[in-house]
Design a protein around this ligand. Structure first.
Ligand SMILES: Cc1ncc(COP(=O)(O)O)c(C=O)c1O
Length: 322
C-alpha cells in the first residue's frame, strides 16, 4: 500500500428517515470520503495503482491534467507529496498563468503540496489524449508518469476491488448502488468487480449499479464506460451480467458541470442538516438528489437495500461556500 493513513473499511452508515420508511426501503451511505485525509474517496482508489506503477517504473514525477477546480488535481498533488513524487498539473485555460492571486482554492492547495502548473489554452488542452501530444510531453519529462484527466485509466479501475469487497461484506444483499459519474472510471470499477464477484456466489437478488453523470449530455459516457470495461475484462465467462446490471441517469446534471440550481443547493443543505453528513455540490449532492427523485417516482421497489456511495470531493465545497 503506497498511500498510508487509510481507513479500511470505511463505515457503511444507515440513514433513517420517515420518507425511507414510507417507501419501505433501507438506505445506507458508504462513507468513502473518510478513507484518507487528503486523497479522498474515489481518488484514493484511482491513484493507488497508478502510484505503484510509477514507482515500479522508477519515475519521480506525476503529471496529470484538469481544470482549475478539479478534485483530481488536488488529490494528485496530495498523493504525490505523500508518496514522495514531484508533481506537475497541466491546467485547462491559460488565463491564470502568472496570476497566482486569482487561483482557485484547489490550485492554491495543490501548489502548497508542491505541484508545479503548466497552463495551456483550451484548444491545446483538447489534444491532451492524442499520442502526438503525449509522446512530446513524455520526451520533455522522461522521468514522469503521465496520468490522464480525472485519473481514469486501467490502473484506476482496478483500484476499486477493495471498495466492492467492502460493499459485499458490509451489506451482502444490497440491491442498488448510486454513484456520481464524471469520466466513468469509478462506475466502471464498481461494475467490473461487482459482476466478477457475483459470479461465484449463489446470488438471488438483482443488483443495480446506477451512475449519475454530473455534466450535460452524459449519454456518451455509456460507450466510454463499456470501452473501459472491455479494457479490464479478463474473461467474459467470469462475469455475471444477469444479476448485476448498470445504467446511467443523465437527467440530474442540474445545469451542467460545476453548476448548481438554488433548488439543488437547498436539497443539499437539507440533507446535510438532517443527517449531519457533508456533500459536495459538484458530484455527491447530484447523486443523492437523483436517488431521492427515483424513490419518489417509485422507481425503487419496496424492500430495496440502497447504498449511496460518498466519493468525497469535499475540497470542492471551499470553492462554493467559503
Ligand atoms: C467527488 C467525486 N465523485 C465522483 C467523481 C466521478 O468519478 P469518475 O470520473 O471516475 O466518473 C469525481 C471525479 O473524478 C469526484 O471528484
Amino acid at each position: 500500500m503506497i498511500l498510508e493513513n487509510v481507513t479500511k473499511p470505511t463505515p457503511l452508515t444507515p440513514l433513517q428517515s420517515r420518507l425511507f420508511n414510507e417507501y419501505q426501503v433501507n438506505v445506507w451511505i458508504k462513507r468513502d470520503d473518510l478513507n484518507h485525509p487528503t486523497v479522498q474517496g474515489n481518488k484514493w482508489h484511482k491513484l493507488q495503482n497508478n502510484l505503484i506503477q510509477a514507482k515500479q517504473l522508477n519515475k519521480d514525477t506525476l503529471i496529470t491534467f484538469g481544470g482549475a477546480y478539479s478534485n483530481h488535481i488536488a488529490a494528485t498533488a496530495a498523493a504525490a507529496k505523500a508518496a514522495g513524487f514531484k508533481s506537475i498539473g497541466i491546467i485547462r485555460g491559460d488565463e491564470l498563468a502568472g496570476l497566482p492571486e486569482k487561483w482557485s482554492n484547489t490550485l492554491k492547495g495543490a501548489s502548497t503540496n508542491g505541484m508545479q502548473f503548466i497552463f495551456i489554452d483550451r484548444q491545446t488542452y483538447r489534444k491532451k489524449d492524442t499520442s502526438d501530444y503525449l509522446n512530446n510531453l513524455q520526451q520533455q519529462h522522461p522521468n514522469a508518469f503521465i496520468i490522464p484527466e480525472g485519473g481514469t485509466n486501467q490502473h484506476a479501475i482496478l483500484g476499486f476491488e477493495n471498495l466492492v469487497d467492502d460493499l459485499y461484506q458490509q451489506c451482502p444483499d444490497w440491491t442498488h448502488v448510486f454513484s456520481a459519474v464524471g469520466t466513468g472510471g469509478t462506475l466502471a470499477g464498481l461494475i467490473h468487480f461487482s459482476q466478477n464477484k457475483t459470479k461465484n456466489r449463489n446470488q438471488k437478488t438483482q443488483k443495480n449499479i446506477i451512475g449519475v453523470p454530473v455534466l450535460k449530455q452524459g449519454e456518451h459516457l455509456k460507450s466510454q464506460i463499456n470501452d473501459l470495461l472491455d479494457q479490464v475484462k479478463i474473461d467474459s465467462n467470469s462475469y455475471n451480467s444477469n444479476t448485476v446490471s448498470w445504467q446511467l441517469l443523465t437527467q440530474y446534471h442540474d445545469g451542467g458541470y460545476a453548476k448548481q440550481s438554488p433548488q439543488g443547493l437547498n436539497f443539499q443543505k437539507k440533507f446535510e442538516e438532517q443527517f449531519g453528513i457533508l456533500l459536495d455540490p459538484i458530484y455527491t449532492s447530484k447523486m443523492v438528489y437523483a436517488f431521492y427523485d427515483q424513490l419518489k417516482s417509485q422507481k425503487i421497489v419496496k424492500g430495496s437495500n440502497v447504498i449511496l456511495l460518498h466519493t468525497g470531493g469535499l475540497q470542492g465545497r471551499k470553492q462554493t461556500y467559503n
